[in-house]
Design a protein around this ligand. Structure first.
Ligand code: XMP
Length: 333
């Protein structure tokens, strides 16, 4: 357990200089651990896996194989950003898999949130394992485990009934045996971000708000359909764009759109127009166990409503969810 415990003497990484020292140390450790072998990494584009990727590219270059699985439930342009940053700018060995059809076919008609999570988690492992089997000579698996993940796994035993099954990437099948490379496992999130910036990753990637593993799958409520999923992706992109424009991205911890599987009657071009409601969720929290609601200025809400209803096919209302956690969870599913 020792290597998994943060020593009391470990200094908090708060500056670029401290981050650079950490990076140099980890580069040495990883080179020693890995030698001339190959390393595999599931690169979602989230902060943790991105920082591990950038660190390992620095340490071992093309010995690292990054696999980005697009499950079709990513936000707008997210996979494209991963390709731009890692495939093009950092010239990594990036394997991009568009598995949209595989996921959406399995999810068709499934409305129970936990079943949706399980299908997405299991299929993610299937797709990733398929790729891993195709690569020869890979002995190591890199993971973006961070210190709160380790602390969380100690706490689980005494916990109350789980509200949701959050961790969607469980173990790989038995035939795939890897040694783990976990260079940021003793870092807290704020430290991971400082390291990410020192590694030269784009600010937007390093300060990306948390995004659940099942992605838009738990925001396209009930049984997912492609048309509603597309509407959700477009509406969510508008929300994020306007939060950026009004500087709210620095003030609100997590913000997104959810779309339920209901339609209401509206009117457009003097005709009846049935559409879905887009629900805005914008919360602040310290640990995601409880959350408060942000007071979003009225003009911002008006602008977002006007844009979404004008620009997104199929949406005819916009609602603002004022429910704190508890009693609502942050996500709707
Ligand atoms: P809830 O909805 O439980 O969310 O209040 C708390 C935080 O966890 C995220 N979340 C998930 N993250 N897989 C994840 O990786 C999941 O299945 C999942 N469900 C919720 C949520 O976005 C929020 O930040």
């Amino acid at each position: 357990m020792n290597g998994n415990m943060r020593p009391d003497s470990m200094e908090r990484i708060t500056t670029k200089a401290l981050a650079e020292k950490f990076i140099d140390e980890q580069v040495k450790i990883v080179r020693e651990q890995v030698g001339d072998k190959r390393v595999l990494l599931a690169l979602s584009g989230g902060v943790d896996s991105s920082v591990v990727a950038a660190l390992l590219i620095k340490a071992i270059g093309k010995q690292l194989y990054c696999v980005h699985v697009n499950h079709g439930l990513m936000r707008k342009n997210e996979s494209e950003n991963v390709i731009d940053v890692f495939g093009k700018e950092l010239d990594a060995n990036l394997i991009y898999i568009d598995a949209t059809d595989r996921f959406l076919n399995l999810l068709a008609g499934v409305s129970d949130p936990e079943r949706k999570r399980k299908i997405i988690g299991a299929e993610f492992i299937n797709v990733f394992a398929d790729e891993a089997r195709k690569l020869e000579g890979v002995d190591f698996l890199a993971q973006g485990t961070i210190y709160p993940d380790i602390l969380e796994s100690f706490k689980k035993a005494e916990g109350k009934k789980a509200v949701k099954s959050h961790h969607n990437v469980g173990g790989l099948p038995d035939d795939l045996k890897f040694q783990l490379v976990e260079p940021i496992k003793l870092l807290f999130k704020d430290e991971v971000r400082v390291v990410g910036e020192a590694l030269g990753l784009p600010h937007a990637m390093v300060y990306r708000q948390p995004f659940p593993g099942p992605g838009l799958g738990v925001r396209c409520l009930g049984a997912i359909t492609r048309d509603r999923l597309n509407a959700l992706r477009e509406a969510d992109a508008i929300l994020r764009e306007e939060f950026d424009n009004f500087g709210l991205n620095e003030k609100v911890w997590q913000y997104f759109i959810a779309i339920p599987d209901i339609k209401s009657v509206g009117v457009k071009d003097e005709s009846r127009y049935e559409g879905w409601p887009a629900i805005i969720r914008a919360v602040n929290t310290k640990d995601a166990m409880s959350a408060t609601i942000e007071e979003i200025p009225y003009n911002v809400l008006h602008k977002i409503t006007a844009r979404i209803t004008a620009e997104v096919e199929g949406i005819n209302r916009v609602l603002y969810d004022l429910t704190p956690k508890p009693v609502g969870t942050i996500e709707w599913e």
